[in-house]
Design a binder for this molecule. Structure first.
Ligand code: G3H
Ligand code: ZN
Length: 280
């Protein structure tokens, strides 16, 4: 069943659990995500970034997830634009069939971020599309190497005002994690999470969810994180499986190494869902 974030996350904060978003840009990764989530009996969010859209074509990404949602009809699935930087890309995703969008205005000053996010929420309104906004900043690895202060932490008051003025359904919060491979001093700043979680009741989103200590991920979920975004861990699983096959086997058949890589994605998805929510 293809649905939006609200339906998937509606009970998450009260229930103290989170749903994983896994990013994809090709068929085999998407299939592995659907197979893993289905084996766990868990709802799942397919994340597609602007780069994924450029790479695969927006219609192809929509069709892949639509087909998988019919094939695994017992599992609620959402197709979510990840880090949409402009109103135009959010509009394009919604018109193409995405059920949810993230508008990432975190690089803008607070008031401009509110304006951009509000515009997307207004466009999505009445179309059964959910919107995630971002406050504070999730840094990326390259940026952090240049500027250790690239991570910006929001206050509880800012989060409250942002949600009130924009009407977003979910809020990504800069908590000290970064996209990509782990940094030596990367960690979740729980004091920031507590302040924001105390101030707002919306589902909170943890970006940079790969390769964090399991204990910390579970603790963040108990404190109000309802969506954990994962990309790098799947890339590691997929690429690792292909590397191994190409080293070990003299094959010319892409179905052989891509099939093994798809299985590696499935196992990584199962591991990650267990990490986030225990065995449920
Ligand atoms: O939006 C995507 C995620 O924040 C992915 O982060 O690559 O560190 O897992 P990750
Ligand atoms: Zn992210």
């Amino acid at each position: 069943m293809l649905t939006n974030l609200n339906k998937i996350l509606s009970d998450a904060r009260k229930g103290g659990y989170a749903i994983a978003q896994f990013n994809f840009s090709d068929l085999e990764v998407a299939q592995g995500i659907a197979e893993g989530a289905s084996e766990m009996g868990s709802s799942v969010i397919f994340g597609a970034s602007e780069k994924a859209i450029e790479y695969a074509g927006i219609e192809n990404l929509v069709d892949i997830v639509k087909n998988l949602s019919e094939q695994f009809s017992q599992i609620p699935m959402a197709l979510h634009l990840d880090h949409g930087k402009t109103f135009e890309i959010c509009q394009k995703a919604i018109e193409a069939g995405f059920t949810s969008v993230m508008v990432d205005g975190s690089k803008h000053p607070f008031e401009e971020n509110i304006k951009l996010t509000r515009k997307v929420v207004e466009f999505a309104k009445g179309k059964d599309i959910s919107v995630e906004g971002e406050l504070g900043m999730v840094a990326d690895l390259k940026k952090l190497e240049i500027d250790k202060d690239a991570i910006v932490f929001p206050t509880g008051e800012q989060a409250r005002e942002f949600i009130e003025k924009t009407g977003v359904d979910a809020l990504a919060v800069g908590l000290g994690t970064a996209h990509g491979l782990p940094l030596p001093d990367e960690r979740i700043h729980f004091a920031v999470l507590k302040e924001v979680a105390d101030a707002v009741s919306a589902p909170l989103v943890l970006h940079g969810g790969s390769n964090l200590p399991t204990f910390d991920v579970k603790k963040a979920v108990k404190m109000g994180v309802c969506k954990v975004n994962v990309d790098t861990e799947l890339r590691q699983a997929f690429t690792g499986a292909i590397r191994k096959d190409l080293k070990d086997k003299a094959t010319l058949d892409p179905r052989e190494y891509l099939g093994d890589a798809r299985e590696a994605i499935k196992q990584a998805v199962i591991r990650k869902i267990k990490e986030i929510n225990g065995e449920h």
